[in-house]
Design a protein around this ligand. Structure first.
Ligand SMILES: [Zn+2]
Ligand SMILES: [Zn+2]
Length: 347
């Protein structure tokens, strides 16, 4: 027995010495970096035969969790790839999820609050340098033209530098600027034989217009709310949807923050936190409405405030049915084509 323990100890010491050798020698470090680069650059994005929905940003501007990007939902099929809103930090999640930026069909904006549009230039640049073959289409209700024109103007020098440096064959200048595509809320935004994107107006006053989207693909459907109160038009559009991703506000979590900010005499913030209450959906109002609309799965995102730890998450869902999902960044929902299955991959 003693001998066995001795042998195990010797093996452990040898393994430790071997690991130290790999980590602390140049040859060892070079080999590890080569492996990491192969893993990072050599993989092709996974394809899934159906509608895949990836949470690439679950946060709102309120709260301060570095593990949550601001609003972003990716919808991917073997033939399509759309991003619904691209808030700050979402490009990091898009990269982590290995989403196929080269074949990005477009960005669908729900409205033009900064936490929904801030990452447009990064998404435009990264998809351009990955070989996107058309100008990046940015869909949105009226107003999208000025957002896109502004970003295009701000980044015009940057695009020029990139083309000058890498050459117009690699980075075609005509593919650099984004293309605004405006539509009237309530209309079909995009359609082919397999997939349809429908917009609907939501209630986010005084922000007008603001929309949500329903995406239908081979018998499956997902609805993304954008920022809104629990609104009739959304639940009409969400009829019998397989998955509803809805903006959600938790008074359980927000009220103590407002009270504390007041006690500490923090300027401005208590009023801002009070003001947001009437233009986001109180989480407790959603499950019943979703069930009445025939929604199969309700998942909350764009959380106000974004819960920063497990205790805050528990507070956020207090009083909600257990089957309501509080999403995290990189939550993945797989909806196989022509099926009723929902496969959920927790991050
Ligand atoms: Zn927002
Ligand atoms: Zn908003």
């Amino acid at each position: 027995m003693k001998k066995l323990l001795y042998i195990a100890l010797v093996i452990a010491v040898l393994i430790g010495a071997g690991a130290a050798l790999v980590l602390n020698t140049e040859a060892g470090q070079d080999a590890l970096i080569k492996r990491a680069a192969t893993s990072m650059l050599g993989q092709t994005p996974e394809t899934f035969d159906g509608l895949r929905v990836v949470v690439c940003g679950s946060a709102s501007p309120l709260g301060n969790d570095p593990n949550r990007a601001q609003a972003c939902i990716a919808v991917v099929t073997p033939e399509h790839f759309f991003l619904i809103d691209v808030g700050a930090r979402s490009p990091q999640r898009i990269a982590q999820a290995r989403l196929p930026l080269r074949r990005l069909n477009g960005v669908l904006l729900t409205h033009f609050h900064s936490d929904h549009i801030a990452a447009l230039p990064d998404v435009n640049l990264t998809s351009w340098v990955q070989g996107r073959s058309n100008r990046l289409a940015v869909y949105g209700p009226p107003g999208v033209e000025s957002v896109v024109a502004g970003f295009n103007a701000a980044y015009s020098l940057d695009r020029g530098y990139r083309t000058a440096h890498h050459g117009p064959e690699l980075l075609a200048p005509e593919l650099g600027p984004m293309q605004a595509q405006s539509f009237s809320p309530g209309t079909i935004v995009w359609q082919d034989d397999l997939l349809k994107v429908t917009s609907f107006a939501v209630e986010h006053a005084p922000i007008e217009p603001a929309v949500g989207y329903r995406i239908d693909y081979r018998g499956r459907s997902v609805v993304v709310s954008g920022d809104t109160n629990a609104s009739d038009s959304l639940f009409t559009a969400a009829k019998d949807a397989d998955l509803l991703l809805h903006d959600a506000l938790s008074r359980t979590l927000l009220d103590p923050m407002i009270a504390t900010a007041k006690e500490l005499k923090v300027p401005v913030l208590p009023t801002i936190m009070r003001d947001v209450i009437d233009y986001h959906a109180d989480a407790t109002t959603l499950p019943e409405r979703a069930a009445a609309a025939g929604v199969k799965q309700l998942a909350l995102y764009h959380m106000v405030p974004a819960p920063m730890n497990a205790i805050a998450e528990k507070m956020f869902v207090r009083g909600l049915p257990e089957d309501v999902i509080l999403t995290k960044d990189l939550h993945v929902f797989d909806l196989p084509a022509n099926s009723s299955d929902l496969i959920i991959h927790e991050p």
